[in-house]
Design a protein around this ligand. Sequence first.
Ligand code: TEU
Ligand code: CA
Length: 547
Amino acid sequence: MPTPPEKWWHSATGYQIYPRSFCDSNGDGVGDIPGIVSKLDHLADLGIGFVWLSPVYRSPMADNGYDISDYRDIAPEFGTLADFDRLVSEARARGIGIVMDLVVNHSSDQHPWFLAARRDAARPEHSYYIWRDARPDGSPPDDRQAIFGGPAWTWVPEVGKYYLHLFSPAQPDLNWANPALRAEIHAMMNWWFDRGIAGFRMDVIDLIGKDVDAGRHEMGPHLHPYLQEMHRETLAGRDVLTVGESWNVTIDTALDFCGRERGELDMVFQFAHVVEGWDPVHGKFRPRPFDLPAFKRVLFAWQQALAEDGWNSLFLSNHDLPRQVSKYGDDGQYRVRSAKALATAMHLMKGTPFVYQGEEIGMTNTAFERIDQFRDIETLQLYDEQMAQGVSPEAFIAGANANGRDNARTPMQWTDGPQAGFTDGTPWIEVNPNHAQINVAADRADPKGVFAHYQALIRLRRELPIIRHGGLRPIAGDHPQVMAYERELDGQRLLVVVNFSGEPADFDLPEADACAGRCLITNFGDRTEARGRLALEPWEAFAILDA
Ligand code: TEU
Ligand code: CA
């Protein structure tokens, strides 16, 4: 198999920061950029190569920054452009790049473009957004529902039209069909590149190519032409990382984004393995029981599809998802061991792993009791909707505690002190009471802590070409309890075995997969040989590199 030319992000591990919840430097209860700068040594010690920074742009914060009112400024609660420049240079001094979040499917309804657009249809900014007439009875142009609930169209009397918002009404969709809008976005991206950023994560990127009248919002007909143009105008010739978030990409369309020929993006965040755990009708608040064979089928199919071309992103967590140790692992008795098991399974596949803040110490979901403890726009809108439909508040809160977005957004747990060391003030969202046990100081003081395990995995990726570029072959794909695979490069083999359960497992390793050599990593006890029937401990995970 041809090994692609080495890029820096082949050996790097990413780390996502949700700035509002990472570290508060001035006691106002909101995390900020000086707070991030103060914690860069934590990230350098972990060994990561880049940070994906969730939005820090000026924003009314209807969706915590995914609603931008000035693409070339920093939200005052997060700091200043000078703080941002300091973050870039201090991170670079530690070998860490800063990847910004590009949120350009929509802006804020407080962006000066939209304020002009909604006042006067003759203004050029009017056509930066998507407007349609009402139907004869005055109702919205179509029945499309917004992702956060309610109709996707809102009426503006001043111009006598509806505007489209696939998310909340505070997030009007930008009109990518307008070349002037596209030129604005390209210029803005180049402006950030000139400030020294290392790339972009692109929010809901598959929505920009929509054909509204044809009802094609996802993966629309103009998507790839726009991305090719964006590549020509901003990315070409720059040694940066791009990762496009897409809830609709499949193994059949992934290479349209990240194949060598197209080269639009370096990789995508796909969600097939996440959605696999949702109820097909009732969605994420009614999760299905975890189905390991289905989970493996999805992830291994992606490994297969991008084996020769393209590149995978590897993640279980982000700011929209529940904490992985609670969702896929065991956040009780086996919290530490299962956190390490999940990381082992993910990090030793081919692709670029992304660690979400707090994952590296095994942070868990939180258990709120009342709706007023929640902050997320999606949860709050769904609450109103479901109360109107007669769902009980208790049932709703149980669903939100299991799968809501606030789980990922409770403050980073630095210490066992007041407010987990996140702030000297009152945090914008409550800290998880379990910070008394689960915190950075305690985990890092333990040589067998979760952090040490992540450090080792991240270092192994840098050291071993087989982890970066080896082929991947699933082992016993249908096994209901164990995830196992083999990596192979130039005749060398790496065996990875993970018991994905809190029960012991007897795992019959096929003879062809037997392996003896160096134990690269383990969360239980060293194994230097695996052959025949393996008696695995609950959540045991290990990897052996053949001699
Ligand atoms: O998320 C895309 C998106 O579709 C999510 O709203 C997703 O459906 C939901 O979170 C599943 O629980 C991106 C950002 O990651 C998210 O934070 C933003 O709210 C959203 O886009 C709008 O910008
Ligand atoms: Ca602050």
